[in-house]
Write a protein that binds this ligand. Structure first.
Ligand code: SF4
Length: 415
């Protein structure tokens, strides 16, 4: 396909595709999907080889947020039965971080619910960052605390933070439909503050909220303009008890096209599959590793991911390797200018404050008839009692599990 040859050439040169080309990727047919993955995979391998960076989320403070982000299980008025707790102590956070690092993660993402930190919160998180860095040599730390006020990014940087995450989430034109308590401009401002303070900026999106292809392309082009070092791509988990609970719009194929489009528009950036990986990509997760070079290990903020061991097995089985702490994530030209103080400044591993919360435990190893991969029983009628495989775009509430272990509980974390 001429389109794909053009996009590969541009990706290798870091040249911006046209909007029409980006839209065309999203409009490709299922028959062309493997060609799309193969093409974007060439770009991914050119800049990142076969390495997969693992990031580990620690939810420092969960729920009870005064903001109204529709997609978020921690929002004002959320009826989702998530864990709710106030700030973890530095040692508790460090213990949770250590579990992720022992599991293979090289970056820890410290996330707290809320509109943004008070100066006292910044003190608190600074102490936590120092504790984690003292106790875990070589760890990269990303903070994700919401909207930043003047001077706060600098203070986090001084405390040792390498990166700051704040997602744009969706296009500017639809932002007001998703959230009313802050604006798209507020979000852009925080990403710019992080950049200006020398932190590696991490900013991404959430797909599956009812947006159009144009919206997706808009937000990815806006991200390219902001020039973050990493772009987390979240796939909405429609949590029961939130306004978007009925928005089951994604198929595994759609998720792959979105990741491919992000890779073509942001070729040399750490593209991370964030929340919703297990719920929406399901058995297609290994293919997505040809597009993204980064994932979260284990659980998300408020929901459970597949077992950390299953993440590692998937990476090995798909022919990829976990990136070590001695390897620099970003390509040389980008690492040289990135802000973070870590060996690889690339970027925040963090998903978003908000959406990285998604994932699902049950999807791991789900070999049952209901899972996406088993269509034969349904068609052939060989097994009269077997359940038919759910169509790819059916709601899969069975794959959404609220997190009940790790930070904020007495149970061991998933790492
Ligand atoms: S995304 Fe962040 S700011 Fe928005 S409701 Fe959730 S925790 Fe609050």
């Amino acid at each position: 396909m001429d389109l794909l040859n053009t996009l590969v050439d541009k990706g290798l040169r870091r040249e911006l595709p046209t909007r029409e080309e980006a839209l065309a990727v999203l409009a490709t047919s299922d028959d062309d999907l493997l060609d799309v993955v193969a093409a974007a995979g060439k770009v991914r391998r050119h800049w990142f080889g076969r390495r997969v960076k693992l990031n580990y989320l620690v939810n420092l403070k969960s729920g009870l947020c005064p903001e109204d982000c529709s997609y978020c299980s921690q929002r004002l008025g959320s009826q989702a039965g998530i864990l709710k707790y106030t700030w973890l102590k530095p040692d508790e956070a460090s213990e949770a971080a250590a579990a992720g690092l022992a599991g293979g993660a090289k970056r820890v993402c410290l996330v707290a619910s809320g509109r943004g930190p008070t100066d006292r919160d910044v003190d608190r998180v600074s102490e936590t960052i120092k504790t984690i860095k003292d106790q875990n040599e070589g760890v990269e730390v990303c903070a994700c605390l919401g909207l930043l006020s003047d001077g706060q990014a600098e203070r986090l940087r001084e405390a040792g933070a390498d990166a700051y995450n704040h997602n744009l989430n969706t296009s500017e034109s639809t932002y007001g439909e998703i959230t009313t308590t802050h604006t798209y401009a507020d979000r852009v401002d925080t990403v710019q503050k992080a950049h200006a303070a020398g932190l590696s900026a991490c900013s991404g999106l959430i797909a599956g909220m009812g947006e159009s292809d144009e919206d997706l392309v808009d937000v990815v082009y806006s991200l390219r303009e902001l020039d973050p070092d990493s772009v987390p791509v979240n796939f909405l988990i429609p949590f029961e008890g939130t306004p978007l609970a009925k928005e089951w719009n994604l198929t595994p194929q759609r998720c792959l096209r979105i990741l491919a489009m992000v890779r073509f528009v942001c070729p040399d950036v750490e593209v991370r599959i964030a929340g919703g990986r297990e719920v929406h990509l399901r058995t297609m997760q290994p293919l997505a590793l040809h597009l993204a070079n980064s994932i979260f290990l284990g659980d998300y903020l408020t929901s459970e991911g597949q077992a950390g061991k299953a993440d590692l097995e998937m990476i090995a089985d798909a022919g990829f390797e976990v990136e070590g702490t001695d390897q620099v994530t970003l390509p040389e030209h980008r690492a040289a200018t990135a802000g973070g103080g870590c060996g690889s400044h690339e970027s925040a591993g963090c998903g978003s404050h908000e959406s990285a919360g998604c994932g699902s435990h049950e999807s791991a190893g789900c070999g049952s008839h209901e899972s996406a991969g088993c269509g034969s029983h349904a068609e052939g009628g060989v097994c009269g009692t077997a359940a038919a495989a759910a169509p790819a775009n059916e709601p899969r509430t069975d794959l959404v599990a609220v997190r009940r272990r790790g930070a904020g509980t007495d149970l061991a974390p998933n790492a």
